[in-house]
Design a protein around this ligand. Structure first.
Ligand code: SAH
Length: 492
């Protein structure tokens, strides 16, 4: 008979599962005095499946509780040493202490389980392809945003916010980001010191430098630096730019971004151009993505490419390498021959639309943010793409309206619809209209397996068959997983 565990009590536990957030889950026999309720659930941050741990209760509810990892008694066979000394404090990498192959397995299982449990699909009824993993799951981010502040001794630092607070912990070399981020930060911090420029202080709303944004094009090698300031100008900005350019000749754009609001939104909306055209360019290449037998590795061959302009405020996928595989899969699943009309809903700056346009008759993109659509149109022009048309608005409004006004009048056939919605998935009006338009194929790109499974359930109850599922690891060491799904119209 187990004793009641109260707050601050220490106890031993075997971790048998991981939550969607990457927290270890274990069951203790009972938490009732003399009770026989089996399966009291504990959530233990930083503990991994397979660990036997000593934990200390931090919060005890009726049927579950939270506990702090005191120490690992017997490590999981999948436990590896975190490479980043700040992994636990930062929290950006929830599963850095899990072997990478196991991380990939965990993500595959998450997608499969959600499809079965939430979507109600039979595992044998669709093709589940292996996850597209990374060859090297480090330094894959093409974008970094570092807050700038001071440590306790008043030294200027850059780093990350300590979990749920606004105090900055020094960390100038995130191992998911580029090595040169460190050089950029070094130059900026020493410049600030020399020129007596203060970092921004959130509590007093005083000081100047808030954040540093760094981006690089993988294929073009062009580097962007933007300094977010709480001021109209930055004293010595040209000198700072010269120093950056001296150390990093690939610097192609240096800007200041004015944000004078009392807000935790990082970027402001005014950009002051100091050097370069105000954007960098990146190429996205077509690569075929065929898995090698029994491996997470993929064969690839770059062929055509599309060029994109990225400004400090544009949304762009952060993992360039995996993005090409993701879009390559969307292209493969779309099954285009050059004759198709395609909708790309939630199109952002038109990345997928333009990527598909060379293989389609016509592509329509829809996106809620007007600036992104402006970028999409510019990008179409930049690549001489004349068969892409973009609409600003909500997918769940633009599509039904188009359906009512144009589709029924012109009878233009839509062959493929691609969707890439945010985490909350597609709106029901959007799904309903998709079903009415009845394209041969629907390609669903998702960043949340749970809402994906929910939406697929609706589509498959309304005339579609789940054909293929291929997850993609865009964010190694985090719990996030991207999935590309192909749906085929029934009776076609
Ligand atoms: N396909 C793009 C962007 C995907 S992110 C890419 O791969 O780069 C999802 C996009 O959906 C964001 O750009 C967001 O602004 C947009 N969005 C969010 N809600 C929307 C809605 N209701 N209708 C249309 N677009 C929406």
């Amino acid at each position: 008979m187990a004793d009641t565990i109260r707050k601050n009590d220490e106890f031993e536990l075997t971790i048998t599962d991981l939550s969607d957030e990457g927290t270890g889950i274990g069951r203790s026999e009972t938490n009732e005095p003399g009770g026989n309720t089996s399966g009291f659930i504990w959530f233990v941050k930083d503990a991994l499946i397979g660990d036997r741990v000593r934990a200390a209760a931090t919060k005890v509810k009726k049927n579950y509780g939270f506990a702090r990892l005191v120490r690992v008694l017997e490590p999981s066979p999948y436990r590896v040493k975190a490479r980043c000394p700040e992994a636990r404090r930062c929290g950006g990498c929830q599963i850095q202490e899990m072997d990478y192959e196991k991380q990939l397995k965990f993500k595959e299982d998450k997608v499969r389980n959600d499809l079965v449990r939430i979507g109600g699909f039979e595992e044998s009824a669709f093709t589940f392809e292996p996850i597209m993993g990374m060859e090297d799951p480090w330094r894959y981010r093409n974008k970094a945003v570092y807050p700038v502040g001071k440590d306790r001794d008043g030294n200027l630092i850059a780093g990350f916010y300590a979990g749920r607070t606004h105090s900055i912990i020094r960390c100038e070399d995130c191992l998911l980001g580029m090595e040169k981020n460190r050089i950029v930060l070094e130059v900026i911090l020493s410049f600030m010191k020399e020129f007596g420029i203060e970092s921004y202080d959130e509590t007093t709303h005083a000081g100047v430098v808030r954040h540093v944004l760094i981006r690089e094009g993988l294929r073009t090698g062009e580097l962007m630096v933007s300094v977010v300031i709480n001021a109209k100008q930055l004293k010595g900005a040209e000198e700072l730019c010269r120093r950056l350019k001296d150390r990093l000749p690939e610097l192609a754009s240096f800007t200041l971004c004015v944000n004078r609001e009392k807000t935790n939104v990082i970027m402001g909306d005014r950009i002051i151009n100091v050097y370069g055209p105000g954007y960098i360019e990146e190429e996205i290449c077509e690569v075929s993505a065929k898995p090698e037998a029994g491996s997470y590795k993929y064969h690839e061959m770059p062929v055509k490419s599309v060029r994109f302009r990225i400004s400090p405020l544009s949304f762009f996928q952060v993992n360039s390498r995996q993005m090409e595989r993701l879009y390559g899969t969307a292209l493969e699943f779309a099954g285009l021959t050059g004759k198709e009309n395609v909708w790309d809903l939630y199109c952002g700056v038109g990345t997928i639309s333009l990527f598909l346009s060379k293989h389609a008759k016509k592509v329509y993109g829809v996106e809620i943010i007007p600036a992104a659509i402006e970028n999409a149109r510019e990008n179409a022009a930049l690549n001489d793409i004349g068969n892409a048309e973009f609409y600003v608005g909500r997918a769940e409004e633009v599509l039904p309206q188009w359906y009512k006004e144009q589709y029924q009048e012109t009878g233009e056939k839509i062959d493929v619809i691609v969707v890439d919605p945010p985490r909350k998935g597609c709106d029901i009006q959007c799904l309903e209209t998709m079903v009415s338009i009845a394209p041969e194929r629907i390609v669903y790109v998702s960043c949340d397996p749970a809402t994906l499974a929910r939406d697929l359930k609706y589509l498959c109850a309304n005339g579609y068959r789940l054909d293929k599922v291929r997850p993609c690891d865009m964010f190694g060491h985090t719990v996030h997983v991207e999935t590309i799904v192909l749906l085929q119209k029934l009776n076609s």
